[in-house]
Design a protein around this ligand. Sequence first.
Ligand code: ZN
Ligand code: ZN
Length: 643
Amino acid sequence: MNNNIENLCLSLLTKCKTLQTTKQLQAFMCKNGLENHPLLAGKLLLHCVLTISDALDYGRRLLSYSPRPDAFMYNTLIRGLAESDSPDNAVHAFMEMRLKSISPIDSFTFAFLLKAAANLRCFRFGMELHCQALLRGLDTHLFVGTTLVSLYAECGSLNFARKVFDEMFQPNVVAWNAILTACFRCGDVKSGQELFERMPIRNLTSWDIMLAGHVKAGELELARRTFLGMSLKDDVSWSTMIVGFAQNGCFDEAFGLFRELHQLGLKPNEASLTGVLSASAQAGAFEFAKILHGFIEKAGFVWIVSVNNALLDAYSKCGDVRMTQLVFERMSERKSIVSWTSMITSLAMHGYGARAIQLFHKMENHGIKPDGVTFISILYACSHAGLIEEGQRYFSKMRDINIEPTIEHYGCMVDLYGRAGKLEKAYEFACEMPVSPNAIIWRTLLGACSLHGNVKLAEEIEKRLSRLDPNNSGDHVLLSNTYAIAGKWEDVASVRRSASEQKIRKAPGRSTIEVEKLVYSFVAGQKQNEVVKEAYEKLREIMLRLKVEGGYVPEIGSVLHDIEDEEKEDSVNMHSEKLAVAFGMARLGQGKVLRIVKNLRICRDCHVVMKLISKVYGLKIVVRDRSRFHSFEAGSCSCGDYW
Ligand code: ZN
Ligand code: ZN
């Protein structure tokens, strides 16, 4: 055999990045009679199974045609299958291996099989393997032991994992890391911490596991301290911390850390970027999203679908349909179902029902099959644009393409009928649902009753709600508002009395606004600090001008002030969204769009005020409330006062 050709094949193999080139190399090997060369055939299989994506099936075929398959080849295949989407195939490969009496079945075989069992979360299969390993005396092998620890953790049995670990002879750092992960996976933070303290040696991975454990338990302060205490940090450490901050609502901390990472000249990974983008989305931090966008373009992340989807979501949640559309178009052929759905949702939340429907059809024409989430978006689009017939059509279309509607889809339908004032139809629909309606659905309908002043139905629904979810403050407000619209003042008073007797407290309204890349948050009735004082002062000045120039009359007397207002005594003037707008007007230069995010729905009075500000001051204001976007310009709102 020619040693030179052998070496050539081996070096060529490392350069094959696609299945296509690998096949070419295989043809070259055949031509030189090397296709069954023991070393080369094994390496070729390893390359297909572990290095090249989408070549696992090809690897399987290579092995099945091999005249002299050996244990190395089978172990390789089992390893690849264990990590694949269908780990159960690893078991079939193992049975084939035994059928063909291929030996030795060694610690590697077991470790890879245990990995398959862990990925299948199959406790019984794992136990069986454990027993077989015991019989063969392989359970004391470090590699097998470590995989056993991970397997039991994956199946939620920390006790078993601990027992295996305690019986291990001189566990190495990998084994220690496995038991540490096991503790956090099973939610035992205390044991995790103790083990970490006891570890004879720790590597960077140990620290990263500890960090992730704290973040998962919501212990941000501990995580921060761990992070600061790390002398070495890698990609994982940074992204764990950034994502942790973002998920726990600490947006400024997430932004700050990302800036620090950038200033240190380090390149963020995909997880850090999507984490910080999600923080921008949640906080409605438009300026920061734009900076990130620039960075993504420059640093060459434009090709990564998940990053693009996160950017799409950020622009969408910041209320900028134009930029959302721009990112969407630029993704060209790389759009995933998530991208399409985000774009549809963005249009829907701005009330562009017809455009959302158009895009839905375009998506189907591109051969992308909508999923359950896409249908929620499209039904939402229909209900927020008052498109009843279209909504009904999409709802029945779901069944046609075998997507079973969930309670969210039913909720969208109730909302669709309710918003349009078809209250009886909505009620009927809710009563006839195959799943029993939850509090959210009844609450949606109660909101519709309040909007349309249907007292009789509202009382009926409130009865159902008080059984399902007795302590919800919003329901009382909705009911009292329904009475108010119908002019039944005594009933309004009695609902409010009973609510205060039951000490039902409402979630405080909170609005945020980004100014100079910092996110400021306002809560109704919060303690006065410099920022709040500044906002109040500006607000007083604004309200005065609105009264003089805009003819503003506050809606305090009518109690029509809303679906869920903050209900403080001097009430509507203190609403958080007004404070946020005032603060933005005090700090931001002319010509800037004011972008506000509110946790509850915007109330009628604030809606009126925003419209007037946009007219009197010639400003554009975008408010994202719990339910949709409102774009105020030249005295009117994009929602057409329908929300
Ligand atoms: Zn308000
Ligand atoms: Zn509006």
